[in-house]
Write a protein of this length. Sequence first.
Length: 277
Amino acid sequence: MLALTLFVFAPLAQTVLISFFEWNLVSPQRHFIGLENYTAIFSDPGFVGVIGQSFAYMALALIGNFALPVGLALLTLQLPEREAELFQSLLFVPAVVAVSIGVLVWSWFYLPAGGLFNVALGALGLPQPAWLTDPGLALPAVSLAANWKFLGFNYLIALAGLRAIPREYLEAARVDGASGARLIFRIVLPLFGPSALFLLVSTLLQSLEQVFVPIEVLTVGGPAGATTNLMYSVYQEGFKFFRAGRAAAESVLLIALFAGLIVWQFRMFERRVAYDR
């Protein structure tokens, strides 16, 4: 409780307090302005776009860091032992690469001239898009780099959860005639519920944090704010524009957003998760 108070509750209370002031992080003077930071946020037409882009990042993270790892883990269980071990090693390689180094490699992939993707597309006679300067492509491109980095860790969590399912349950289901998709959807995935719930919650909570470095390295929030999300906006407001009050207000909204998502997830899925095996 002491650690939580020092490193969670006290900073959270300080953040809420700062959100009611106008402060530039440098001056010893703070000017109390009440709810003006919040009203300024909601009256900003660009803020709705930031919220929408935040949800877009979360949706892409659910595909790349939840659905895909679970699918790859199910595939791994069908492989012979030696091939499965090689598969695990290859998928986990991105997790041990420094985020900044990995994103720099992706920046080369996305180069409009000489980049890996456009060279391959040019060889096939296909159009070569501007991946990071096209507002319609920049957000998926940044999200892809982030998902690649954290895919391997989530894959191992999914694989561990699937392997923890008692084999006798699967053998009994096969004796009763279950196989293929029926075995997976009726037996495997319901027993995978606790691990799936943990993976789902952690993926959503970390989605905006994990994409922070790719945004900073690849696009700096551009083009025209098309890749900014709520967490990156907090950083910009606080440490680039030195508007600490507005940054704190956006932080409070970010916390409320995540809290609402977590409560919704547990209400939706907790009753369907069977912990007793």
